[in-house]
Design a protein around this ligand. Sequence first.
Ligand code: ADP
Length: 489
Amino acid sequence: MGKAKTGFKVAFVGSECYPFVKTGGLGDVMYALPRALIREGCSVRVILPLYNCIPQKYKDQMKYVGSFMMDQTMEGRTFYVGIMEIEMEGVIYDFIDNREFFDWGNPYTGLWEDIPKYCYFSKAALAILNYMEWYPDVIHCHDWQAALVPLYLRTKFWNCPLKDSKSMLTIHNLRFQGICGIQHLKYWSGLPDGLFDYPVFKQNEDEANMFKGGLAYADAITTVSATYAQEIQTPEFGEHLDAHLRYHSVRMKGIVNGIDTEIWDSSTDKLLAAPYDVTDVLEKKWVNKEALREQLGLSRENGGKMVFGLVSRLTDQKGLDLVDAIFPQIMDGNTQVIVLGTGDPRYENAFRYYEDKYKGDVCAYISYNEALAHRIYAGADAFLVPSLFEPCGLTQLIAMRYGTVPVVRETGGLKDTVLPYDAEKNEGNGFTFDRYTPELLLKAVNEAKTLFFTDRPRWDAMVRRNMEKDVSWEQSAKQYLDFYKELKA
Ligand code: ADP
């Protein structure tokens, strides 16, 4: 049951949202935060592109709301904007329909095409709010794909009722910024020439940066953990925007993500061999582990082996070079490793190689597979997240929720959510390391193994502690709502 309506209206604008289209954590947040805000009494609309890759079953449920032509580009070319709508559990999803931009790709293709696509999308998002006469208190924009919304709001939409809306821009990952030649962005955005003369947009003499522009114009900036909010103000993590972010930091807050505890509920999870809760996790985890081994063709001869799971995009960000470097040392005859992910061929091939080398003890499942992800979270004993940087990270939260002990690097949200194990006090949620070196990852892995094999009661206590940790959206949604209210005050 939701609370009484606060009357507070929020529009979410972003490029992906589970269950329609998701490539990473952004898709999860776009799904879960609106639902959590509804529970806090807000009205929420989520604005998304109508990509071709959205499953037909959702397209079949969409209702046509209306359409109009919108001018875009420096030349004022006009483009069709259709609005297709679904309501799901109190959240209204408005999809922007334009085949020219959204009929291909899954959903991203390459920056050259993505820049026009998201210029159009950002402007159309405001245009449909205007068309529907739904004027939100806050327009909450996500990542570079929606970063032009604050600029359109204060330029092209300055004299319509939307002008009273405040804009918030959330940084989910600063690595991707939407950088292109100034002329390309000037042409496709159709934004006033003058904006391009100032540091607002300029990356350098030739290039413009959409994220940079959005951060300068947004009424508020958030990012997905307090530690990442600090880190991105340093040259090491700032992706060349650290000075810009330091300048705008008075408007910036870090609010850690949660996970959707209905989707990620081990006691009702139909994908598991044996659903469980904190009271029977120890027996049931064993059943799930055996089922997982069987499904993936891992050896079940020495049943007592410790299973490490890793579910991730296989990119440099995720610290996989560290895993690669110590893989042979992890494989000690008592350990099994399951990797689920796709991405950089370098890592895909490395994990395939280890699967072959350590037959029966390593599985490299090179694909995107939601169902298997659930089974790994449930069946693994420990979970690796040794990221180079991690704005928030969801996998460690899911792992904890499923009673799996994370081994993480102390960066971004990993640092904020995984308390290091303290043997003296018998506290903590997992094993952590600070500097980005293979030796320290190996040390953390070995500490996890030592506790697992030599002090099972303490390990089991950590499993239970992790399952009971609050990783839901409730607290974070409250913090967002407070920040929205601050903006409107
Ligand atoms: P990022 O957004 O950087 O990819 P997050 O940890 O924030 O990382 O979110 C990753 C999300 O994507 C999690 O829900 C995780 O379970 C899911 N995920 C990542 N790779 C896969 C995969 N190969 N198969 C299924 N789910 C995956």
